[in-house]
Design a protein around this ligand. Structure first.
Ligand code: PGA
Length: 252
């Protein structure tokens, strides 16, 4: 499977700054073999159109950081999957722990968002991960399985990306150890296999949480993960490009 590298810019930068950042990433990756790695940039909603235009012809894909589950209607402030598809988005991050923590997003809401993406041909990048408390209580595996099952309830096999994002490893510069990252990814793969059977094999399973150029390789070594979801380090085009180039290296 090709490696996948997703940039989550979170709430950083104006549309103009996003356009410049996207152009810088594309320029840094121009020499790389474009078919060796699947790169997705997920800017804030306000920058989607400009970033999308900057990515035309580069082979890099556009994604959003969230979506609402209805196509249109009286939902002030929300953005629908139809709108994202019309802007050329290929993917949408769904269920990020920051939305679960700060915006009260529940497993049931995440499931509706996943289904809405699928209806519009958008690949959900489904984030699941345990908190530090759940981990300390020995409930990490249980939590991952529950989040995954809830998010995919009733969904037939189809385009999907999974991201194991331990909440305690996000944004703090304290990445999971490669072994912990691999264990989380393995738990997700096993659960998806139980749900989808052989169809689970085509689903990239990423690690996310304080990934940097210096530590990224360890997360996909020996096929542990199929790639990475990058937050903070994706804001610096040189750092993000370094991660993408590492992911594009030919495997032994
Ligand atoms: P981080 O964010 O790389 O800054 O830890 C990752 C994420 O939130 O997806």
């Amino acid at each position: 499977m090709r490696r996948t590298v997703v940039a989550n810019w979170k709430m950083h930068g104006t549309h103009l700054e996003g356009e410049r950042r996207a152009a810088a990433v594309a320029a840094a990756l121009r020499a790389a073999r474009p078919d060796a790695v699947d790169v997705v940039l997920c800017p804030p909603f306000t920058a989607l159109e400009r970033v999308g235009a900057a990515l035309v012809g580069t082979g890099l894909r556009l994604g959003a950081q969230d979506v609402f589950w209805e196509d249109s209607g009286p939902y002030t402030g929300e953005v629908s999957p139809r709108m994202l598809a019309a802007l050329g988005c290929a993917c949408v991050i769904v269920g990020h722990s920051e939305r679960r923590a700060h915006l009260g997003e529940t497993d049931a809401m995440v499931a509706r968002k996943v289904a809405a993406c699928v209806r519009h041909g958008l690949t959900p990048v489904l984030c699941v991960g345990e908190s530090a408390e759940e981990r300390a209580a020995g409930r990490a595996g249980q939590r991952l399985r529950a989040q995954l099952r809830a998010a995919l309830a009733g969904l037939p096999p189809g385009p999907l990306v999974l991201a194991y994002e331990p909440v305690w490893a996000i944004g703090g510069g304290r990445a999971a150890t490669p072994a912990d990252g691999a264990a989380g990814v393995a738990a997700l793969r096993a659960e998806l296999q139980a749900l989808w059977g052989a169809a689970a094999e085509g689903v990239p399973c990423l690690y996310g949480g304080s990934v940097e150029p210096a530590n990224c390789r360890a997360f996909w070594e020996d096929g542990a993960a199929d790639g990475v979801l990058v937050g903070g380090a994706s804001l610096d085009p040189a750092s993000f490009a370094a991660i993408c180039l590492a992911a594009a290296e030919v495997r032994a």
